[in-house]
Write a protein that binds this ligand. Structure first.
Ligand code: ADP
Ligand code: MG
Length: 281
């Protein structure tokens, strides 16, 4: 349970995959919780109208609660909407309410509609510094299963994309569409965006299929794919109904241990990347 490596700067990761049910939300909240347990300060931005990340982190997100929606339309700042998670005050969350479901349409007619999350997040990081609050080590943005304006805002606000991939047939199907969209974002809105991390999830580790899919993903993305694979685990799927991450719900379970290991890998790699960049300057 040693402390995690702290990045030199706040790392912002968008957790994305245009398929639903592949483990985006589960990955965002459990990586975040493992990092907080490792001593890091982490913000989860719930950017999905379903609000599943908010549920798993035990934060208030009933209709009308101050939320990511208010930040996107410019009615509130992140400082006004973030709440500490029930798990750990180092882990905070900007919740999503049902209001966010209208945002895709409302944003269309709003000024600088693709960069609103980026600007609000930058302001919040500055605000924390001015208030003497600890610097955030990680920001994880949980996205809906679509490539609309909510996801575009997340890609524009982030430096990195974390793609969870389910270990099943056709795992890579649809991925080329996601990568094409990320290239468009890089070309037009955010040149520094990188697909830094791929995480294999929901693996039935005993099956040949899971092993074959994992190998195929590693062949395509040798640098990005984490060594740690998340197993399919009942405990992982039970945790949200208690308003908890699996890190809190059953820290000794295989799922919790795997997410803790994946989080440590992300923190290790990031620390290395950031310091190398520093040396080159
Ligand atoms: P997404 O956010 O991509 O739609 P979720 O993270 O909500 O996907 O996961 C979809 C469903 O699968 C949820 O019910 C979740 O609890 C469950 N789930 C996710 N990861 C695992 C896992 N490793 N083992 C078992 N169930 C999982
Ligand atoms: Mg989700």
């Amino acid at each position: 349970n040693a402390a995690f490596d702290r990045p030199l700067q706040t790392r912002v990761l968008t957790v994305a995959n245009q398929k639903g049910g592949v483990g985006k939300t589960t990955t965002a909240v459990n990586i975040a919780a493992a990092m907080a347990r490792g001593g890091l300060h982490v913000l989860v931005i719930d950017n999905d109208p379903q609000g599943n990340a908010s549920t798993a982190l035990g934060v208030e997100h009933g209709a009308g609660a101050p939320s990511t929606y208010d930040v996107l339309i410019g009615a509130s700042t992140f400082a006004e909407v973030v709440q500490p998670s029930a798990f750990d005050p180092k882990l905070i969350c900007a919740p999503a309410t049902i209001d966010l479901s209208g945002a895709e349409i409302e944003l269309v007619s709003i000024d600088s509609r693709e960069t609103r999350l980026r600007h609000a997040l930058r302001d919040y990081l500055v605000h924390r510094g001015q208030q003497g609050l600890p610097r955030l080590d990680y920001v994880l943005i949980d996205c809906p299963p679509s490539l609309g304006l909510l996801t575009v805002n997340a890609f524009t606000a982030a430096g990195e994309v974390l793609i969870p991939i389910q270990c099943e047939y056709y795992a890579l199907e649809g991925l080329s569409q996601l990568l094409k969209n990320i290239e468009l974002i890089q070309a037009h809105l955010n040149p520094r965006l990188a697909v830094s991390t791929i995480l294999l999830t929901m693996s039935d580790t005993r099956t040949n299929l899971a092993r074959e899919v994992a190998q195929e993903v590693r062949d395509h993305f040798p640098e990005q794919t984490l060594r740690t694979v998340i197993p399919r685990s009942i405990r992982i799927s039970e945790a949200p109904s208690y308003g908890q991450t699996v890190i809190e719900y059953d820290p000794a379970s295989s799922g919790a241990l795997a997410y803790a290991e994946a989080a440590r890998e992300i923190a290790k790699r990031g620390a290395a990347t950031t310091s190398n960049e520093g040396e080159q300057q």
